[in-house]
Design a binder for this molecule. Structure first.
Ligand code: MEV
Length: 307
């Protein structure tokens, strides 16, 4: 058996993070950046980890990998990872890693690594990483398409995504700001607030879900201005939910100042993390931000690509 290599895409949520955990739709697309996995024949099924990781990270990854490996029948392969994405910033690095590992394990076991199968195996790892994830991250990563995603009412099962076709190129700039808070913590703190004041939070989640559905329609109609406006309103609601912070707000305004049609935090939010801006021409913004020392990149999420 020769060596194998696979890829799991990172993701960016354009509309509906957090409210997606409560059953509302979210609009999310794949990044061209992600995590690569490589597998070489081995006596047993194992994950080889870089020494740069902390003990806690190693333990978590080993546990998550063991769950996925068991599901696939522990094929004799040694897996190593090569992340091209910044880890733990809200860009779905854990989901990208899970999808890359899932595809590799499936191929090593002589099975087909279809998006659905890859998502099923990756879900096993995501539950270890996040506790009660909505499933939007690994589904977007495995499907590699712009999706309007909704989790199933059964919290233990993966949800479904509907493909959203874009007649126009959908281009974004992703910029990093502040110190990242772990997703698990941000999700848990919000859960406490919503349990205390359920009616108030339910109203905001419902509105965020509506914005995601309207945003999907705007994409399909080629109305990027309407999508941008939905993103700006969504940012206001995320701030209302206590999920934004000065570094994220500053970056949001920076991107809008550079011509973004809409800009908001993406992923879990908190003290810092990733901000996404929708741009017609993202390259100039990336040059300006890089000059200012901001870690950023551009990506096309959907729509026709230049030849
Ligand atoms: C994290 O990328 C997105 C959240 O909505 C959590 C989840 O959906 O599981 C914050």
């Amino acid at each position: 058996q020769s060596s194998l290599s696979t890829f799991g895409a990172g993701k960016v949520i354009l509309l509906g993070e957090h409210s997606v955990v409560y059953g509302h739709p979210a609009l999310a697309g794949p990044l061209s950046q992600g995590v690569k996995a490589r597998g070489v024949p081995s006596k047993k099924c194992q994950l080889s980890l870089p020494s740069t990781l902390s003990r806690g990270q190693r333990a978590l990854l080993t546990l998550a990998f063991a769950r996925a490996a068991k599901l696939v029948g522990e094929p004799p392969v040694k897996v190593s990872l090569d992340p091209e994405l910044p880890l733990s910033v809200g860009l779905g690095s854990s989901a990208a890693l899970s999808v890359a590992c899932a595809r590799l394990l499936l191929l090593a076991a002589g099975k087909e690594a279809t998006p659905r199968e890859a998502a099923r195996v990756a879900w096993e790892m995501e539950q270890e990483f996040h506790g009660t994830p909505s499933g939007v991250d690994h589904t977007t990563s495995a499907e590699e398409r712009l999706l309007l995603y909704r989790r199933t009412p059964n919290a233990a099962a993966v949800g479904r995504g509907r493909t959203v076709e874009s007649p126009r190129p959908l281009k974004v700039v992703v910029a990093l700001a502040g110190e990242r808070s772990p997703t698990k913590k941000t999700v848990a703190a919000l859960r406490e607030r919503q349990a205390r004041w359920p009616e108030r939070y339910r109203r905001l989640f419902t509105e965020m879900g509506r914005l995601a559905s309207e945003g999907a329609k705007a994409v399909e109609a080629g109305d990027l201005e309407a999508l941008g406006d939905a993103m700006n309103v969504n940012q206001g609601l995320l701030a209302a939910l206590g999920l934004s912070s000065p570094p994220l707000e500053e970056m949001v305004y920076r991107l809008r100042g550079l011509g973004a049609l809409g800009a908001k935090l993406t992923g879990a939010g908190g003290d810092g993390g990733a901000v996404v801006g929708l741009f017609l021409e993202p390259e100039a913004a990336v040059v300006q931000l890089t000059r200012l020392g901001v870690r950023c990149f551009s990506s096309q999420l959907a729509g026709p690509r230049a030849p």
